[in-house]
Write a protein that binds this ligand. Structure first.
Ligand code: ADP
Ligand code: MG
Length: 240
């Protein structure tokens, strides 16, 4: 693998069987993503964006083709390897936040630390520092129902970063937020890329959000339709 590529997929394909009918979700995707790169996945609903993200996160297995992340080939990895990969190397952020409703903000951030075996005494200070880094120190003991959407997504970002992942996967992370609040979440994610060298793959419907990426991958019918530079997209938005 080229030394600056973190992700490499080749002929990556995934079908779903719906009744008798096979649905092609991904159809031969070849994609390289560099370490520390921010790529946006865009395209119409049903074009395969979430399927690709789930495969990259080891939540799903390819049907054919390969998907290499760092030195792990996810299609051929054992189940225990995949579990470790998801816990230690990947942070997920979802549109619907996916926080535990009965747990406070700080307890939500502690969950991945518990799964990674971080000692109780180290967990709480680390989770509090993470909440502080997303501007939520004052909300540490609030339950999700006592937080705004933007605050919940900040908790989710802190949780995603808890184990120092090399890869951050975000599926419409600003989709449920107004544009100012969404911009704040995007800034946090970009900060993780800039300060910690995290690689960010982000699905979005929002052309402005996508324009912050280094590259914009346009998906259509399970394929990469074209790849656009984020810089060009930003220029185009400015002049429109
Ligand atoms: P996107 O995120 O771009 O909207 P998806 O990756 O969710 O697209 O879906 C791609 C295609 O695969 C769609 O046709 C969708 O209906 C189908 N699909 C996705 N997940 C499943 C599933 N669990 N079972 C059956 N079909 C699915
Ligand atoms: Mg989707």
């Amino acid at each position: 693998m080229e030394n600056d590529a973190l992700i490499r997929t080749r002929a990556l394909s995934r079908r779903y069987q719906v009744g008798q009918q096979p649905v092609v979700a991904l159809d031969g995707v070849d994609l390289d993503v560099g370490r520390g790169e921010f790529v946006a996945l865009v395209g119409p609903s049903g074009s395969g964006k979430s399927t690709l993200l789930n495969l990259l996160g080891g939540l799903d297995r390819p049907e054919s083709g390969t998907i290499q992340v760092a030195d792990l080939e996810l299609g051929g990895a054992g189940e225990a390897q995949l579990v470790r990969y998801r816990r230690e190397q990947v942070g997920f952020v979802f549109q619907s936040f996916n926080l535990l409703a009965m747990r406070s903000a700080v307890e939500n951030v502690e969950m991945p630390l518990i799964l990674a075996g971080v000692k109780p005494r180290e967990r709480r200070p680390r989770a509090l520092a993470l909440l502080e880094s997303v501007g939520l120190a004052a909300r540490a003991h609030h339950k999700p129902s006592e937080l705004s959407g933007g605050e919940m997504q900040r908790v989710a970002v802190a949780r995603a970063l808890a184990n120092g992942p090399m890869l951050l996967l975000a599926d419409e992370p600003t989709g449920n937020l107004d544009s100012n609040t969404g911009q704040g979440i995007l800034d946090l994610l970009r900060q993780a890329v800039a300060a910690q060298g995290v690689t960010l793959v982000l699905v979005t419907h929002d052309a402005r959000v996508a324009s912050y990426a280094d590259r914009i991958i346009h998906m259509l019918d399970g394929r990469i339709e074209r790849i656009e530079s984020g810089e060009r997209a930003r220029d185009a938005l400015k002049s429109s």
